[in-house]
Design a protein around this ligand. Structure first.
Ligand code: COA
Length: 479
């Protein structure tokens, strides 16, 4: 009883403190003066427009999109979904090389291209033609951001150096994806798997006994595009204060390494002792000097593994990821029919279980093999055991809930017909993404010249007649 008094007194003190802090917050919100960040006076009054009808997050931002293949287009597609006007500049006659890669419908843009270039407009410009440069200059003056992922030096060779761009438009943000940041490899051309290898993903992926593995998730390309998009949005925000643009660089090696952060964590831990959560520890296999491949071990402190489910003999995806999370160990024992393990000192604690994980997962698998992965999901989720079904792409494509949220979307295209794509994975209540089909090559050339850049009809004709916007006619050139 004697102890209760000080507790009450403490509670009372906390209440007073809370009241004080509430008062303080109210006072700050009411003040007319700008606070330390100068924020309160800069924001407009909250709009009264219905949610989703007050424009999109990036409405009014225009992007000069010089990107190609996957990394850059991922970035600009995200910005386009958020409402930016993305003007994709493509080489006349050729366009983004992916238009013609992995073609599944003859004569139509490939899925590779269409699925990375939604909500954009396309203009064809030969950047090495004087009249092409005239159009580019106008676009640089007009746009907020230039995004590119050419090989190192290509933008400079076009004459579009930072100094040149910054002089034309000091507010322009110039954002680039490159394979490597400054250093010994900065001049290298880089594709997805090169980045996965150089960023530490491949050396830490796969099974201990096997070679390094690359993953199906495009962490080098799409992952870096995501990083770049964040950099661009932050640069736009900073520009609100500084009034000037800046260079933004996302190197693919850096982006992959950022996603492999937990492995750099483990590199430092391994120098101090074994990585006890890796199943190799339980199996008594000594560690080397670098982080090993961890198979399907979970990256965190809770042991996990992929287990066979009913039908695994014929279905390559009849598997489930099963986590033996400590707080639900008792439930796991009940579910798999080993209630004795709840109190058996050999199994009752996480420490006791560590060296026996192989045996434990084999026992759990005896149980999961009697159920489909969805039955395992249902049974385990009811008692909070974290499990995840291995979903095939077919199952994902057909999953009604993903269609409902717009994460998987059906899009119609004039030359290829209907196809499925991944919609914007970021959901916002006031900036709702609609997925519009990718543009045909040069589809918006005229409207961009006239409506965006304000060229008069005679100027448009002059630029067009110069050949700067169309594929070179080789026979004529040779003659
Ligand atoms: N008009 C005229 N020329 C154009 C043009 C246009 N509209 N668009 C592109 N070009 C030219 C470039 O100027 C360049 O010419 P140059 O080498 O004579 O200066 C040329 O086309 C090729 O560009 P490049 O980027 O070198 O393409 P590539 O096919 O040889 O290399 C990559 C492709 C992806 C390897 C390379 O661009 C790269 O390393 N990019 C950075 C990393 C990256 O994003 N990788 C992931 C891709 S998913």
């Amino acid at each position: 009883m004697a102890k209760k008094k000080p507790k009450k007194a403490k509670q009372a003190k906390t209440k007073v403190a809370a009241k004080k802090s509430v008062r303080k917050v109210v006072k700050l919100a009411r003040t007319k003066k700008a606070n330390g960040n100068g924020k309160s006076n800069n924001l407009p009054r909250p709009t009264t427009k219905p949610w989703g009808q007050a424009g999109k997050a990036l409405t009014g931002v225009s992007i000069l999109d010089f990107t190609h293949v996957q990394s850059g287009p991922t970035c600009t597609q995200l910005l386009a979904w958020m409402g930016a006007d993305v003007i994709k500049v493509e080489r006349p006659g050729v366009g983004d090389i992916t238009r013609g890669q992995l073609v599944d419908v003859k004569g139509a843009d490939s899925l590779y291209f269409t699925m990375l270039n939604h909500n954009k407009r396309s203009i064809t410009i030969d950047s090495k033609h004087p009249q092409g440069m005239r159009v580019l200059n106008a676009l640089i003056k007009k746009c907020d951001v230039l995004v590119e992922n050419f090989a190192p030096g290509a933008l400079d060779r076009m004459g579009l150096t930072w100094d040149y761009i910054h002089k034309l438009n000091p507010r322009m943000i110039v954002a680039s994806v490159k394979g490597f940041g400054p250093g010994p490899y900065e001049d290298c051309k880089v594709y997805e798997n090169v980045a996965q290898c150089a960023g530490g993903a491949a050396s830490t992926t796969g099974f201990r006994e096997g070679p390094p593995l690359v993953t199906g998730a495009q962490i080098g390309d799409s992952g870096t595009g995501l990083h770049l998009a964040l950099g661009i949005v932050c640069a736009l925000y900073q520009r609100n204060r500084t009034g000037r643009g800046q260079k933004v660089l996302a190197a693919m090696q850096d982006g992959v390494l950022n996603l492999c952060r937990v492995k750099l964590r483990d590199q430092q831990r391994i120098e101090k002792g074994p990585l006890t959560e890796y199943s190799q520890y339980g199996e008594g296999v000594p560690f080397g000097i670098a982080v090993p491949r961890a198979g399907n071990d979970s990256g965190g402190g809770q042991p996990g593994w992929i287990l066979k489910c009913k039908g695994w003999e014929t279905d390559p995806d009849a598997y489930i990821y099963f986590i033996t999370q400590a707080p639900v160990w008792q439930a796991i024992c009940d579910v798999i029919g080993e209630p004795g393990w709840k109190t058996d000192p050999e199994f009752a604690t996480p420490k006791a279980r560590l060296p026996k994980l192989k045996k434990i997962f084999a026992r759990i698998e005896d149980w999961t093999k009697t159920k489909t992965k969805f039955e395992v999901m249902e049974i385990c989720n009811k008692v909070d055991i974290p499990v995840g079904p291995i979903l095939s792409m077919k199952e994902i494509a057909e999953e009604p809930s993903l269609r409902k949220t717009g994460t998987v979307v059906e899009v119609d295209h004039p030359t290829r017909g209907k196809y499925l794509t991944v919609g914007n994975p970021i959901k916002m209540t006031d900036s709702i993404s609609e997925v519009k089909r990718s543009p045909l090559l040069g589809e918006h050339t005229d409207e961009i010249l006239k409506d965006v850049l304000g060229f008069k009809a005679n100027e448009v004709a002059e630029i067009k007649n110069s050949g700067a916007l169309s594929a070179p006619k080789r026979e004529e050139k040779a003659a």
